[in-house]
Design a binder for this molecule. Structure first.
Ligand SMILES: *Cc1c(COP(=O)(O)O)cnc(C)c1O
Length: 867
């Protein structure tokens, strides 16, 4: 029978147990083992359901058991301790407060927007790496005391749950999430009515949303929910699913996230007295409309559009996460125009100006498209990619927004991602480290752990994964229609003493789920090797609209269904945080073989590393930055060579097999005197000790604070309305005057130069004449740029030498500049001279995308050469 209506009966906790309710509402339990264990003690029966989920647990526990616990002195003592610990965690000064005490200028608050958040499996509001990174960002911010307010949407179906059909085709299910059964609180006004955010839509419709709050340690996470009675049926579904629906549906989601999100933050600050954010950080372009809402707010105070843009830019940080075009939202311009027209949202903000912000200017850009990443970059004075390599790929990719500049000078920096150790490190590893003098927050204490102990622990963790895999595989086969009696073979799937390789991630094509299947015979040989076998655990969800991805899943499933190898390779459906937390610690090797350089960072390998699992990966993302042969392997790649994809896959798969066969497996099975693989253990130790401290989300968040949030807050404070207007006027004046700015004449005096050569260590004196039109020397910076030159006269490895005004204007109104240029490199050398706009409120001199070069230097050649 189906119920006709559902509601939630909340448990009534006896008085002495009241603190459990506060503990359950703060998601700190998702990374705090003691809190989790306390909840597990509430009902040892329910505890079997593996993942910690206190809200559900309290909803399921019997009144009798609660009455019993209310009299259990020992339990009450533990409860008091854990509650006190949470209170200290929430109220005490942390890293951020220390920085402030030492006089650092830091933002009073930062608003952090993301379309998805992966905080815990019990709040399934993520699809993959982007969301889990956002969750880790919140947790690390909480640990560091960073005053973050996070903003997202509450998807009533979250992302889908994956299972398999008999023949291996991905099946999607969308369970209904009831917010009352989740660790969420509805935000209400003082009179008790739910706070509301409303957006006007075309045709006189409107979109209403309530705001749910999840508490992630010290950080509030506000989630907008459109499933409310005030909405028409269509609008109720705006927040139905993560990354579902067509283009208009996505646009409405992003309007709610960006515009509604700013309003939710304002509501939260009004109700709680929380300081207003001085910095807005957008995690990928999806939340980019937040900039438009802030422009509207400022327009309401009388500021014109251009000045408002300056003010918004100063306090905005934009993080780009992917060089894969499918990862970037692009809308039809006409669709955007319709939603931001006169009867749409933001009536005070001109639709033409909005459309301009999303125009693609790169080669191949399409005029009919509104690009959210491009708007994100135009509305943020500071932007970054998520690894060193991805920073440089992004500078190339978006160079069209800063014409005239080499990609190296495009103002997009990088902050390499990190992962939240308390969430991702197995409790057993944590305890081992603590036992050897390690302290939480220090991950380099593995050096003193004896080999035997480390190896026994690795084996125990591998054993746990074997058990977990068998349980999941059994459940999956039952769903695929197998009878229990057919499944006896599952008891011998995987072996706790065999080298275990993990590969789990979403299934977009660039991640190459099936690269390992390139030569099936070869793979079978590796799996079934008589003395040095390997076993592989694979998992991953394909996007519901991606049939190509589903075909890859099916290929892998079919290969692993083969009775010859099914005890050595498994595909587990429904990859998510719960599975991930078991998988990383239990694998020996984490495999990653994307098409370089399309993996912007990748974080699963970092989580594996924190648990002593070794990385075997293409040199992409973070691995390109931190790989060392002491603790892992680099799969050679054929990127950059012109060849077709098939051939490239063949080559790279061949290299992978060879590495496993010749290097990885021999090292794992090479046992010394006491039966220990000493060299392997040494690599585990190096992974924990050397990589451990780098891959942390604490490191990442402190970099965001120091390199992006703090300068953004300072810039934002400087831009009061008057200053914003001055800056906007100055930019307009410089843009208008720029066509008349020119480098007219360059002359070099080289004391020892003869016939186009000069001596190392000598100094050139440059004298140049510059035309500035109506601009003044104070508006510009004149520089010599010098360095090694290639055959086409391109300058690489450039050094910049500022030139100084020398006297006033000449008779023709041109300005003289001069300065020395030190020749400190041998070989082909060249220089050019350039003029750039200069203003103290610019973050970099490339900001306006304006530069004047000598005629000869246009294009990519250097100007004046000496060979
Ligand atoms: C870490 C993580 C990811 C991201 O992994 P990548 O290596 O970046 O692809 C995806 N899903 C889950 C469940 C994760 O824990």
């Amino acid at each position: 029978m189906k119920a006709i209506r559902r509601f939630t009966v909340r448990p009534v906790l006896p008085d002495p147990l009241q603190p459990l309710s506060d503990l359950a509402r703060n998601l700190r339990w998702s990374w705090h083992t003691e809190t989790c264990e306390l909840f597990q003690a509430v009902d040892p029966e329910i505890r079997r359901t593996a993942e910690c989920d206190p809200v559900r647990l309290l909803g399921a526990v019997s009144a009798g058991r609660l009455a019993e616990l209310a009299l259990d002195e020992q339990f009450l003592r533990r409860l008091a301790e854990v509650s006190a610990d949470l209170r200290d965690y929430l109220d005490g000064p942390r890293w951020y407060q220390e920085q402030l005490a030492q006089g650092a200028e830091l933002p009073a608050a930062v608003a952090y927007f993301s379309p998805e958040f992966g905080v815990t499996a019990a709040l399934p509001q993520y699809s993959g790496g982007l969301g889990i990174l956002a969750g880790d960002h919140l947790k690390a911010s909480s640990d560091l005391g960073v005053p973050l307010i996070a903003v997202g949407l509450l998807y009533r179906h979250g992302y889908f749950r994956q299972s398999l059909s008999r023949d291996g085709w991905q099946q999607e299910h969308y369970p209904v999430l009831d917010p009352n059964e989740l660790p969420l609180t509805l935000i209400r006004e003082a009179d008790g009515t739910p706070s509301r955010v409303v957006l006007a839509l075309p045709g006189g419709r409107s979109l209403h949303a309530h705001i749910w709050q999840a508490q992630v340690g010290r950080v509030p996470l506000l989630m907008l929910d459109s499933d409310v009675e005030e909405n028409a049926p269509g609008e109720r579904e705006v927040t139905d699913r993560l990354y579902g629906g067509g283009s208009e549906h996505r646009l409405l989601q992003e309007m709610l996230l960006g515009i509604g999100g700013v309003r939710a933050v304002r509501t939260y600050c009004r109700l709680t007295g929380h300081p207003a954010p001085e910095v807005f950080h957008t995690n990928e372009g999806h939340a980019g409309f937040l900039g438009l809402e802030r422009i509207r707010e400022l327009s309401g105070t009388g500021l014109d559009f251009d000045s408002a843009v300056e003010s918004v830019r100063a306090g905005t940080v934009f993080t780009t996460h992917t060089p894969v075009p499918a990862g970037i939202d692009r809308f039809d311009r006409e669709l955007v125009a319709r939603h931001f027209g006169d009867d749409g949202e933001l009536p005070g903000v001109g639709v033409e100006r909005i459309l301009q912000l999303g125009v693609e200017t790169h080669p191949g850009g399409e005029p009919e498209v509104f690009n959210m990443a491009v708007m994100g970059l135009r509305l943020a004075q500071r932007a970054n990619g998520v690894s060193t390599l991805h920073g440089s790929v992004s500078r190339e990719m978006f160079a069209g927004l800063w014409p005239g500049f080499d990609a190296a000078e495009v103002p997009i920096t990088s902050v390499t991602n990190g992962v939240h150790a308390p969430t991702w490190v197995a409790p057993e590893i944590l305890r081992l480290r603590k036992g050897y003098g390690g302290t939480p927050g220090r991950w380099d204490s593995a050096a003193d752990v004896p080999d035997r102990e480390l190896w026994d622990l690795r084996r125990a963790l591998r054993g746990q994964v074997v058990t977990e895999v068998r349980e999941r595989l059994y459940a999956s086969w039952r769903i695929r229609g197998a009878e229990a009696a057919e499944l006896g073979w599952i008891d011998s799937v995987l072996d706790p003493d065999v080298l275990t390789i993990g590969f789990a991630r979403r299934v977009p094509s660039y991640k190459r789920l099936t690269l390992m299947l390139r030569d099936r015979d070869r793979l079978r040989e590796l799996l079934l090797h008589p003395t040095r076998p390997i076993q592989i655990v694979v998992a991953g969800k394909a996007h519901p609209a991606d049939d190509g991805g589903k075909r890859l899943v099916r290929e892998l499933v079919r290969f692993s269904d083969d009775p010859r190898v099914r005890h050595r390779i498994v595909f587990l459906p429904d990859y998510g945080m719960a599975m991930a937390r078991k998988l990383y610690p239990g694998c020996d090797v984490w495999l990653n073989n994307p098409l370089r350089p399309l993996e912007a960072c990748g974080t699963s390998g970092m989580k594996a590393a924190l648990n002593g699992c070794l990385n075997l990966s293409v040199l992409d993302g973070w691995w390109d930055e931190w790989f060392e042969p002491d603790f892992g392997w680099a799969i050679p790649t054929a990127d950059g060579l012109a060849m077709d994809e098939d051939r490239r896959d063949d080559l790279e798969a061949g290299a992978l097999y060879e590495l496993i066969e010749d290097r990885v497996a021999p090292r794992f099975y090479d046992r010394g005197g006491e039966g220990l693989p000493e060299r392997w253990i040494e690599m585990v130790r190096r992974t924990l000790g050397t990589l451990g401290p780098k891959v942390l989300a604490d490191r990442m968040v402190s970099e965001y604070v120091e390199r992006l949030y703090a300068p953004a807050a300072i810039a934002q404070r400087a831009l009061d309305p008057g200053t914003a207007r001055q800056l906007a006027d100055w930019k307009a004046r410089v843009r208008a005057a720029w066509p008349r700015v020119a480098v007219d004449h360059v002359e070099a005096v080289a004391p020892n130069a003869a016939g186009g050569s000069a001596e190392l260590g000598s100094t050139l004196v440059l004298r140049v004449r510059i035309a500035l039109g109506v601009l003044e020397p104070a508006d510009v910076e004149v520089q010599a740029v010098a360095g090694r030159v290639d055959a086409a006269d391109g300058i690489s490895d450039a050094q910049v030498f500022p030139l100084k005004p020398a006297g006033g204007q000449d008779l023709e109104g041109r300005w003289l500049y001069d300065g020395p240029l030190a020749l400190d490199r041998t070989g082909p050398y060249g220089y050019t001279v350039r003029v750039l706009p200069a203003h103290p409120l610019l973050a970099t001199s490339a900001e306006l995308g304006l530069v004047a070069l000598p005629m000869e230097s246009m294009g990519d050649g250097a100007g004046l050469l000496m060979r």
